[in-house]
Design a protein around this ligand. Structure first.
Ligand code: ADP
Length: 479
């Protein structure tokens, strides 16, 4: 297990020697202590990334591609230890953690291939004596500030395209899950990425690290995934050096089931979207809108599917739903359930927080169905981030679309229908960056993932992510 920071190819501690603990959310066991860094170490990491930039960008694309390819191969070869570490610090079941490592590797593989296709353009000039050439050049040092819910994949999704186009990176992982980030740093070094191309700084308090990143004009782009609240803070900080931003912020995904849907597929899609990572993803179905005529049947089938879920810690072979990350997360879910009940909603299944057995923390939320949820309740206004399905019934397509769009957030939305015209109409009407039409799991390495409205801007995945890390420059050539 790597417990020191990676700066300029060296494994180092905080200058003060300070450390902070990383714990298993299922048991509160301390897994390791990692450096508690701040402004000084961040400045060093930026120095290292800036020093590595000129050499890295100058490499022919296929020479940048090769170590990325090796990194992806190493991740796949070491799925088991990486997944085990990830499960222990994050809490998700081992099968899901394995899936995350493969998903994380898919971004690296994609970027390794795309590195060779960062094309410019030529544009016809207006006069015979000129030529116009458009270059795509790497922006420079990129910083990645990542969340705890996908401790591996959120890092690779950000840095792989940045490295592919010739940028270097400083990574600031979430304080809850730094060990997966440091494990990835080890693989970056073993894959042959030159010293300083990837640097990782951990800290208990993210604010000084973030401030140091924005205060340094050499950091040209910050890619952040986290809450809308912190996204706003970062946008203000970015103003100082006109730092470019990608912000993947909170979501509040509607999941619409029309009466003409294939109900079994809709239930399977909802299960995949809602219960992955115990409901702690920004694209989790958060508001389930079901057409009146099929609502009873849909809820009955959903209850049947939920009965097959099993709460448990990562090393329990049958566990399909793990603990929430911390007590604040549990308190938020309890608040949402209590508020819905107080407003007249009923709990159809689940509804309580338990410790599945002795030695485990009380952080396991029973998969819950709330029926009779009305607009205005807390769970219809903010992300629950837990395994709770709030159900609202609707009468018409227009009402469903209005309810779905009635939020400041706009990351992912889902709907199920077998009517081809409705599929096009609703997909176009939803104000979201990602739409799953008869698909509960739309994320993939080659597609442009990202939000609109308060869910942020910038796209991760595919060629679009690579473009986000380049500047366009046109050269007007007189002959
Ligand atoms: P969550 O609610 O999911 O924990 P946050 O937005 O608080 O989301 O955190 C997401 C990431 O942003 C984490 O890496 C966290 O350490 C970091 N972060 C939180 N506050 C700040 C800040 N003021 N400056 C920079 N990074 C921050």
């Amino acid at each position: 297990m790597h417990t020191r920071n990676l700066i300029g190819g060296e494994w180092v501690g905080a200058e003060s020697g300070a450390v902070f603990p990383v714990r298993n959310p299922a048991t509160d066991e301390t897994l390791a202590e990692v450096p508690d860094c701040g402004t000084t170490e961040t400045a060093r990491a930026i120095d290292a990334a800036a020093a590595a930039f000129e050499g890295w960008r100058a490499l022919p694309a296929h020479e940048r591609s090769a170590p990325l390819r090796r990194l992806s191969d190493l991740m796949l070869a070491e799925v088991e230890p990486l997944a085990t570490l990830l499960s222990r610090e994050q809490g998700k079941p081992l099968a899901e953690a394995r899936g995350e490592i493969r998903y994380g590797a898919s971004f690296v593989e994609w970027a390794a291939e795309e590195a060779k296709r960062v094309y410019g353009e030529t544009i016809p000039a207006s006069t015979p004596g000129k030529r116009i050439v458009v270059l795509r050049q790497p922006v420079g040092v990129v910083a990645a500030i990542t969340p705890w819910n996908f401790p591996n994949a959120m890092i690779t999704r950000k840095i792989a395209p940045a490295l592919a186009v010739g940028c270097t990176a400083v990574v600031k992982p979430a304080e809850q899950t730094p060990l997966s980030a440091l494990a990835l740093g080890d693989l970056c070094a073993r894959a042959g990425l030159p010293a300083g191309v990837v640097n990782i700084v951990t800290g208990r308090d993210p604010a000084p690290i973030g401030a140091a990143l924005f205060a340094d004009p050499r950091v040209r782009h910050v890619s952040f995934t986290g809450s809308t609240e912190v996204g706003r803070v970062l946008m203000r900080q970015a103003a100082a050096n006109i730092t470019r931003l990608s912000l993947e912020l909170g979501g509040h995904a509607p999941f619409i089931v029309f009466e003409d849907a294939d109900l079994d597929k809709a239930v399977a899609g909802l299960m995949a979207s809602k219960f992955r990572n115990a409901g702690q993803t920004c694209i989790c179905a958060n508001r389930v809108l079901v057409q009146e005529s099929i609502a009873d049947e849909f809820v009955a089938r959903l209850r049947g599917a939920i009965a097959g879920l099993q709460l448990g810690p990562w090393d329990s072979p049958d566990a399909t739903v793990g603990p929430l990350i911390d007590d604040d997360a549990v308190a938020k879910v309890e608040r949402h359930i209590a508020d819905a009940r107080a407003g007249g909603a009923s709990v159809r299944t689940g509804g309580t927080v338990i410790s599945p057995r002795a030695g485990l923390a009380r952080r396991f939320v029973e998969p819950t169905i709330l029926e009779g949820v009305k607009p205005g309740m807390l769970c219809t206004r903010e992300e629950t981030f837990g395994p709770v399905v709030p159900i609202t019934r609707f009468a018409t397509e227009a009402e469903a679309v209005r309810l779905a769009n009635d939020t400041p957030f706009g990351l992912a939305a889902y709907f199920y229908t077998r009517d081809a015209s409705r599929l096009i109409r609703v997909a176009e009407a939803l104000e979201y960056g990602v739409v799953g039409a008869n698909d509960g799991a739309p994320s993939t390495a080659q597609a442009p993932f990202g939000g609109v409205k308060h869910s942020g801007f910038g796209r991760e995945g595919g060629k679009h992510a690579c473009q986000d890390y380049t500047e366009l420059k046109y050269v007007s050539i007189g002959l």
